[in-house]
Structure formats: C-alpha cells, structure tokens
Design a binder for this molecule. Structure first.
Ligand code: ATP
Ligand code: MG
Length: 468
C-alpha cells in the first residue's frame, strides 16, 4: 500500500483514548448499539467519516457512519431491523424507528472497483462465493475516503482512533487535504471539488495548497457529473447553514459558473448588482434560519438564484411584443429548462418557484377586489417576502412592499377601503405614509401566520433601502 508520500501509510498512527477527545457520551446510542454488536460478534467495527471529525472538533455530527469487516450479509444476520441497499456496493441500513445507522463493509481499492462485478467474485461450481474481492480491509478502505479529516477510524474495541493519512494533525491545523494525488482524486470523482468547498465553508478550514490548486482548473469536470447528483450537493451547500461562505468559494473557484451559468454571467455583468444583493441576502437569511433551527425551503433559494436571469429574459420577450405575464411565464420556463442541464431541480421546486415569480407581477396591482384575493393564495407569503427583498435591493418599488405590509395588518373593512379604486390609503407612491418597507423577517416560504405577526427585531441590513 502507499507510503506517506502519496498520502496514506500502511501502518496507522493509533491515538489511544486518553489522547483524544472523542467520547462515547456524544455518539448516538443507536450507533453505539451497532458498533458493540459487531464487536461482540467478532468483527472489526469503527465509527468513520464526518462523525469522528465533528466530534474531534467539538461539533455535533449530522450522522454516524460505521465501517466494518463484516460483509453486508453478515450484518443483516446480526440485526433484524436491517436492510441491504445498493446493488454493486451493498450497504447495510440498520433501522431504529426513524433513525438509520449506515454500515459499510471495507471496500476494495479503486483499481479493483473498476473491474467487472463478476470478475470480483470467485465462485465454485455450485455458484457459492469462494472469494469476494469487492470488499477489502481497512487499509483499502482509506482510499475511498476523500479528505484526511474524513478518514479517521474510531475503534470500538478500545476507543482509540486509527489515523492512516494524517487526519488528526490536519484537523488540529484546520486543513482540508485530499488523500493521494489531488488532481487524480478530483478526476476520479469531480464531486470532490464541491465537497472541498462545502467542508471548507462548514468547518472554516483552509484547503491545503496542493488540494486547492486544482480546484479552479478542474471546475469544467463538473459538467460530467449527473445533474441530479449536483442538485443534492447544491442543497447540502446552500441549505446546510453555511450558504454564504460556500457561495463565495464557489464563485472564487469557478464552480458557480458550472452550476448556474446564467446566474454567474448576470452577476458579473453591469446590471447584476441588485441580483447579487438579492442572492446574498437570501443566503444570509437562510444561514441565520438554520442557526436558529427554523425550517428552510429550497423554493425561495432557487427563486432568488434564477430571478435575475428570468427578469432579463422576460424583458427581452416583452420588447418582442409579449404581454408582461406571458413574457415572464415563458422566461421562467426557459431559464428553468436550461438550468436542468446543469443542476436538476425537481418540479416540486420549480413549479412553486414559477408561481412566486408570476405573483411578483400580480402584486403590482393594488386596486380592485381581486387584490384582496392575493392574501389568501398559498404562495402569498413567499411571494411577499420576495417582493420585500426586491424592494430592499432596488429591484422593486419600496412603496409597493409597504402597501402589502400595510394591507396584511388591516382588518377586513380597512382592507376593502384600501383597495377601492381611487383610495389613497397606503397607495404606492403616496407621500407621507410614514411607515417603512418593513421586511417581513418571515421564512422564505413560511406559511403566513395570522393577521398579526409577532416578529423578532430584525438585523438591519447595511445599505438596505426602504427602511426609513
Ligand atoms: P457530513 O455528513 O457532515 O456532511 P461526512 O464527512 O460524513 O460529512 P458524507 O457525505 O456523509 O460526509 O460521507 C461519509 C464519508 O464517506 C466521508 O467522510 C468520506 O470519508 C466518505 N465519502 C463520501 N463521499 C465521498 C466521495 N465523493 N469521495 C470520497 N469519499 C467520500
Ligand atoms: Mg456523514
């Protein structure tokens, strides 16, 4: 196996329990049950990946993954609440109610993995498996890990940590370092380019220079990744609580241009400023909500991402003679369709996103009975939030946002009067309404609560327009 010069040693550095801070008290009971049962059945069992890394950093792990020398069938025999998933590389999922503990058998090295499935199995005349080369030992398993910080193995046998790649030192130094030759490892799986960004953003780590150098030049490799997989990665980056630093790194390394070419081009153009501000504020807001354990939805995120290109295209179509509504509908379809080639955004997201966009036009009408009907629309709250945000960044009339803010706070009689043709109450453009375009502070996409909302005092946005 490789020497340290290429990234992993054949002998691990073993850090005994007294010399590290990974405590069983912080490992989930379900993961511990699985680890103990494997150990008691005579197998090797390690906690691996983000679980060990996050515990070392004093963070709460998202999930606990386990690696073992037991084959998937062995694992299934040990746990009644177990299902095997995946075809080529079978993983065992052990269920505890809604909690799932994933158990992976040590994998053979990448070279072997390229070979044909059948070729990896040596069978006797009756078809019984004599040797199964799909699986390997722990030294092979190292090579299916990406960064050294993700390649630490916590051994349930004696609570020590096995470190083959220098992950402990890298974690202590705050460094993300690929195991092996960085360029080769990114080529093997270009999603690792995005994982570098995500972990750097999430952990506040620096990408070690050797692993950082290929990030920009290899960005075009992202074209070859299935758009559905990129969608998953985008959600992890943007809804995981670290959207702002992820976005900044994606832009720095040219990954953003691969994921969202139309948005990227617009952000760099002269007319891009309001959309840059709109996107940044949405990402900040999302991070803040995640930090406060409030729910976030991808609908608002994709709306904020694609709103600029949609507007731009809609204006062209209008100039060509389409009605404003028609132009917006066509533009939204076109932009969303083009986007699918890069990041596959499912319909359950694009459909409400388009509704929110079209509602931006409908919210421009402030007179007539149909105006009140808008308040009851299922997407009203999200569309209103988008309008407020647009007003703050100079992409919509702040008085319009104010009108809708005011309208929501009124009782029925006041509302009816406010939308009367000729009414001056709270009409956009009115002088001296005195109020301000109060941002809603609501969840992107959060359902509208009752008429009166309790709201937390909101952070003032630097440079935010409209707020008195
Ligand atoms: P988190 O769960 O906090 O997002 P994680 O490090 O646990 O981070 P997962 O995506 O859950 O990341 O994967 C678990 C482990 O599997 C990783 O720590 C890494 O060792 C390995 N791994 C996952 N995806 C890849 C990949 N694309 N290339 C190499 N190794 C990977
Ligand atoms: Mg994980």
């Amino acid at each position: 196996m490789a020497s340290s010069a290429t990234g992993a040693d054949s002998q691990p550095r073993i850090i005994p329990r007294p010399e590290h801070n990974v405590s069983r008290a912080r490992i989930s009971n379900n993961a511990l049950k699985v680890l103990y049962r494997l150990r008691d059945a005579g197998y090797q069992a390690f906690l691996v990946g983000g679980g060990v890394r996050d515990l070392m950093l004093g963070r709460e792990p998202k999930d606990f993954d386990i690696a073992t020398d037991a084959h998937p069938e062995d694992v299934r025999r040990l746990f009644r609440n177990c299902r095997l998933i995946g075809r080529r590389f079978r993983l065992a999922h052990v269920y505890f109610g809604r909690d799932i503990v994933e158990v992976a058998t040590f994998r053979a090295s990448e070279d072997d993995l390229d070979a044909d499935e059948e070729a990896l199995l040596l069978k006797d005349d009756e078809g019984r498996i004599l040797r199964d080369n799909r699986y390997g030992n722990i030294e092979d398993d190292i090579w299916r890990r990406d960064f050294t910080a993700n390649a630490l193995y916590y051994n349930i046998a004696d609570f020590s940590i096995w470190d083959y790649a220098g992950g402990v030192d890298d974690i202590r130094a705050g460094l993300l370092r690929l195991i092996g030759d960085p360029e080769a490892r990114y080529r093997e799986d270009p999603v690792r380019l995005l994982r570098a960004v995500r972990f750097a953003a999430k952990l506040g780590f620096r990408v070690e220079p050797g692993s950082e150098a290929p990030l920009r030049p290899l960005a075009p490799l992202l074209e070859s990744v299935p758009p559905a997989r990129l969608f998953d990665e985008v959600l992890k980056m943007f809804l995981g609580g670290h959207a702002v630093p992820s976005y900044e790194l994606l832009r720095r390394y040219g990954h953003f241009a691969q994921l969202f070419p139309a948005v990227d081009a617009l952000l760099d153009s002269e007319s891009g400023e309001p959309y840059r501000a709109l996107l940044l504020e949405t990402l900040e807001n999302t991070d803040q909500r995640v930090a406060e354990d409030e729910p976030v939805t991808p609908v608002f995120l994709f709306c904020a991402l694609l709103w600029g290109p949609v507007q731009l295209r809609a204006r062209q179509l209008e100039a060509e003679g389409e009605s404003p509504i028609q132009a917006l509908l066509l533009a939204a379809d076109e932009v969303a369709d083009r986007q699918q080639r890069h990041v596959a955004v499912p319909r359950r997201i694009t459909t409400p996103m388009k509704e929110m966009m079209v509602m931006q036009l409908r919210l421009q009408k402030t007179r007539g009975r149909r105006v009140l009907g808008m308040l009851a629309r299922p997407r009203f709250r999200a569309a209103y939030d988008l309008l407020c945000l647009r007003a703050r960044v100079g992409d919509a009339d702040p008085a319009l946002a104010e009108f809708w803010t005011g309208l929501q706070a009124m009782d029925e009689a006041e509302r009816a009067a406010a939308v009367e043709p000729g009414s001056r109450r709270g009409a956009p453009g009115d002088a001296g309404t005195g109020g301000s375009a109060q941002p809603s502070g609501a969840a992107p996409g959060e359902p509208a609560p009752g008429k009166r909302r309790r709201r937390r005092p909101r952070r003032r946005k630097p440079g935010g327009s409209g707020a008195g």
